[in-house]
Design a protein around this ligand. Structure first.
Ligand SMILES: [Zn+2]
Length: 667
């Protein structure tokens, strides 16, 4: 119980939190009421019944905690602190659309050291007021996160993100790794901050990155933070591409030999959970974020049953949208009950442990924090229990107190917060951060981000650019289209002495056109181009093409100098683009295409013989196209196209001006 120094003279301490209900969260879950907690320097000097502490200790500051709960500070096991500045920016979206469509583009544009410092300070203020004394963060410019936490007087693991893509603070992962090495060295042994590497996730990293981050984590004996199996897709894709579960992959590469904190673990199987338990992997469960992004619900009851160290986290504010650990603690108790239809799983006392001592264990910091025990660091919070919703008080089983904490207490009940022995919140006043100033600065930044987004959302092209991969620049082409009545004549024309076929392919094309409210935005086409190889196998290629609205010019024989076109490989699903671009309408065209590359009078043309399958058409169509770059060039090619159409058997009355999507719009 209390490490008391016996004798008549009482021992001088700094602070005594006196006369509250003390929830120690020690191994026997001892509750002392009325009890006191003694703080001396950075540590808890003693915990015990109020009479014993009164007899043994005096302190310059004695805080009356009558009708209050004294407990360990809450541990937020997973967050991205600077993202508080993106709170409420883009909600009700699927994870991939949210991440690739909104968060990554805005991060590329706005994330700077100043952004990270300000956002972290805002988050620290919110968390401290809500009784959170320790966090595990993953973001960029993590040095700034660390400085903000030190200024706010908060404890944390600051994980510098490493991924194979360029990040806001590193053009390559080698640069991120170099940053990590320097960052870990600089903060080594700091009393509040643990600098750590944070390989973002398996899908955003590679074996090389994990090898380096593991070496760093082991050398400095610090945790490494990683997202694991947040969504079903992510886990399934990993198994499909490596024939191994994500956890097994991490084990085989030696990553689990370091102190790993794995965020989410929503889609992990039994074998993975046992592997994690064997390697003492900490799990950061993020119930609100997983619900909000519809990722699923982690098997927390099973994890606890096999002895996995499970903490609870808020995740970043862009996917939560607050940093309220009371809410997470409550969901950690409620969700497993709903999922397993068993109200006995994750009882309140266990949920309280998840938010404190288990969380500390998950972060590999339980030797320092997580419970109120003499010798541990003084991370202590005091909660009022005199609210309407916290009355009446029962004490029938010894566990009622945990029910009050988990099922009814709120973050606004936090009255005092001590971190590392220092008072950072007293009487609900935050002592370390100028709240008004950071709110003003956050508002100013939000105005800039708002302008950026409003402008972007109006332009399909800018939205296309924002998700990256726009490889092909604007192109122009001259083209003409007509009905082919005689397929045999068409084939024969390809053997015309002046027509040289240089290449021939067969393909099925599945086109989905996105139509927008504003016609000046043009149209976006998602195409699956299934090229049929000589052996009959099919190799689909996916691309996105934005076609501008206006025809630039028309020439003889309905030859059209068409529209600006932007093309990008489509490396995401049609569903992604649909949710991201939110078109007003969609149209589908499916066709079989025989494509010929020909040379006619020294000029290259593409000739397409198209059989439209959806909406089904009885006639065949021919298209002749050529890229062009000047009006002069276009004029010459337009005239050659007229000649070609003639050779190919399309009569002038069969020529068409419109694209298929417009021709068959009514079908
Ligand atoms: Zn996260």
């Amino acid at each position: 119980m209390a490490e008391r120094e016996m004798g008549n003279a009482s021992t001088q301490a700094d602070v005594i939190l006196r006369g509250g209900t003390v929830l120690t969260m020690d191994s026997s879950r001892q509750v002392i009421s009325p009890g006191s907690v003694v703080i001396r320097d950075k540590c808890i000097a003693a915990v015990g019944p109020v009479g014993e502490i009164d007899a043994a200790y005096t302190a310059s500051t004695v805080v009356d905690c009558t009708d209050h709960l004294i407990m360990p500070g809450l541990v937020n096991a997973h967050t991205h602190m600077p993202m508080s500045l993106l709170r409420g920016l883009a909600d009700d979206l699927r994870l991939d659309v949210w991440l690739y469509g909104y968060i990554l583009p805005v991060e590329r544009e706005f994330v700077s050291p100043e952004f990270c410092f300000l956002g972290s300070l805002l988050s620290c203020a919110e968390m401290l007021r809500g009784g959170v004394t320790c966090f595990a963060d993953m973001y960029y410019h993590e040095e700034e996160v660390a400085w903000a936490a030190v200024q706010a007087g908060m404890r944390g693991i600051c994980g510098e993100t490493v991924m194979k893509l360029p990040t806001p603070d590193a053009p390559s992962y080698e640069d991120s790794l170099a940053y990590c090495a320097d960052f870990l060295e600089h903060w080594r042994g700091h009393e509040l901050i643990v600098a750590a590497p944070a390989p973002h996730s398996l899908y955003m990293c590679n074996a090389d990155i994990f090898k380096e981050t593991t070496a760093l984590a082991r050398h400095y004996d610090v945790p490494q933070l990683v997202h694991v199996s947040e969504t079903a897709d992510e886990a399934e894709n990993w198994v499909a591409s490596t024939s191994m579960s994500p956890t097994r992959w991490l084990e085989e590469r030696g990553v689990l030999e370091s102190k790993v904190v794995a965020a989410h673990c929503v889609h992990v199987n039994d074998e993975e959970m046992h592997l994690m338990a064997r390697h003492n992997v900490g799990v950061a469960h993020n119930p609100t974020s997983n619900l909000k992004l519809a990722s699923g619900i982690a098997p927390v009851a099973e994890m606890l049953k096999i002895g996995l160290n499970v903490g609870v986290g808020t995740d970043g504010c862009a996917s939560n949208n607050d940093l309220d650990l009371f809410e997470e603690m409550r969901l950690a108790a409620l969700l497993p009950k709903g999922v397993t239809r068993n109200p006995l799983v994750v009882p309140a006392v266990e949920a309280a442990a998840i938010a404190t001592i288990y969380g500390a264990r998950a972060l590999h910091l339980d030797q320092l924090i997580g419970s109120l025990e003499a010798g541990k660091r003084a991370d202590v919070i005091v909660l009022r229990t005199d609210r309407l919703y916290s009355r009446p008080h029962f004490d029938t089983t010894g566990l009622n107190i945990y029910s009050r904490l988990v099922y009814t207490a709120k973050s606004c009940d936090v009255r005092d917060v001590f971190v590392n022995g220092r008072a950072v919140v007293r009487d609900r006043v935050l002592l370390t951060v100028d709240e008004r100033k950071i709110m003003e600065q956050a508002d100013q930044l939000a105005e800039r981000i708002n302008r950026f987004f409003v402008a972007r959302e109006k332009s399909v092209l800018e939205k296309l650019v924002a998700i990256g991969g726009l490889q092909q620049q604007e192109t122009f082409e001259v083209q003409a289209k007509g009905i082919v009545h005689d397929e045999v004549a068409f084939e024969r024309a390809l053997h015309h002495p002046e027509v040289r076929v240089t290449q021939h392919t067969s393909r099925d094309q599945y086109d989905t056109y996105f139509i927008f409210d504003d016609p000046t935005q043009g149209r976006l086409r998602y195409r699956e181009d299934a090229v049929i190889k000589p052996d009959g196998s099919v190799e689909p290629v996916y691309n996105l093409t934005l076609t501008g609205p206006a025809k630039e010019a028309e020439y003889e024989s309905s030859v059209v100098l068409s529209r600006s076109r932007f093309t990008a490989p489509a490396d995401r699903s049609l569903r992604f683009y649909r949710e991201y671009f939110q078109p007003k309408a969609e149209r589908e065209i499916v066709k079989h295409r025989e494509r010929y590359h020909i040379r006619y009078k020294g000029v290259n043309f593409a000739v397409n013989l198209d059989r439209i399958q959806q909406p089904a058409q009885t006639q065949l169509y021919v298209e002749v196209k050529s890229r062009t770059w000047s009006k002069q060039d276009a004029l010459r090619k337009a005239s050659l196209i007229s000649e070609l159409l003639n050779i190919l058997g399309a009569q002038p009355e069969d020529l068409l001006q419109h694209e298929y999507v417009d021709l068959f719009a009514g079908n």
